[in-house]
Design a binder for this molecule. Structure first.
Ligand SMILES: C[S@@+](CC[C@H](N)C(=O)[O-])C[C@H]1O[C@@H](n2cnc3c(N)ncnc32)[C@H](O)[C@@H]1O
Length: 251
């Protein structure tokens, strides 16, 4: 059997770095293929699993190899407080396109039109995972699987479909573009197959996306405030979609 460090070095170029215990926990929970995982302290990592993630404790026990701190530090760009790191197989574009294109769709797809900030993209993927959105699509040059985006997404890229596409390749469904100049979102019920598009932090929605939009919607905002942050705009819009759903029975 190949030793974990050799395996790490073989895979590191193409695989997704899961940085820290929580990213690894989420990735395992949502079915990621994780060929190798290391920790500076197996006992501490398994104790954390027992406390916070009993569902993946056995998987972690089978996966985690303890390595010296210096070896761990050589594998990651900056050490994580939990001293845990792993590599996961990136889902294929075909698998993501299948998930995004599946019909009937029961939850919206979020589109970030040429986002610039890696942290915002990660926060949006975490939101999409939390709300059970069908996926997050980015247009433009930012790689939504960039290590900084994966770090911001806390391993939740594996809980939704994340892919970069052209504006002319967006999944089917009514396209609602969010813009402060649009109609008040409170007058609209967002359908489950909605495609929800948000503009770039710098320049807002591109002309191409605007031209394709079926509806332009605004989030309530006091006059003289120019705009909200991109990720908070996605949060409010996904919440608005979810608030239009039937509430689960009271516990
Ligand atoms: C930081 S804003 C972009 C600001 C940019 N300077 C502009 O010219 O639009 C990023 C994105 O968040 C969404 N957004 C922000 N505030 C919004 C609001 N009040 N209503 C609807 N969408 C909003 C829009 O999709 C916007 O393109």
């Amino acid at each position: 059997m190949t030793d974990p460090l050799t395996r790490w070095r073989e895979l590191a170029g193409a695989a997704v770095l899961l940085d820290g215990f929580h990213a690894l926990k989420h990735a395992l929970r949502f079915g990621a293929e994780v060929p190798v995982a290391v920790t500076t302290d197996r006992r501490a990592a398994l104790a954390l699993a027992e406390e916070l993630a009993g569902d993946v404790r056995d998987a972690l026990d089978a996966l985690l190899t303890e390595v010296p701190g210096a070896v761990y530090a050589s594998l990651v760009p900056r050490p994580h407080p939990t001293g845990v790191a792993a590599l996961a197989v990136r889902p294929s574009r075909e698998a993501n396109l299948r998930a995004l294109g599946g019909t009937p769709r029961t939850a919206p797809v979020v589109v970030l039109d040429n986002p610039r900030n890696l942290g915002n993209a990660g926060a949006v993927i975490r939101l999409a995972a939390g709300f059970g959105a069908a996926g997050v699509v980015t247009t433009g040059t930012l790689d939504p699987w960039h290590p900084t985006v994966v770090r911001g997404g806390a391993g939740l890229h594996f809980a939704t479909a994340v892919e970069r596409l052209g504006v002319d390749e967006l999944p089917a469904g009514p396209l609602f573009a969010l813009d402060p100049e649009g109609e008040d979102i409170r007058g609209t019920k967002l359908p489950d197959d909605a495609v929800l598009a948000f503009g770039s932090e710098r320049t807002g929605l591109s002309a191409g996306l605007r031209a394709r939009a079926d509806h332009l919607l605004a989030l309530p905002m006091r006059p003289q405030v120019s705009s909200y942050n991109l990720a908070t705009s996605v949060a409010m819009t996904l919440y608005h979609w979810s608030a239009g759903q039937a509430a689960p029975p009271a516990r």
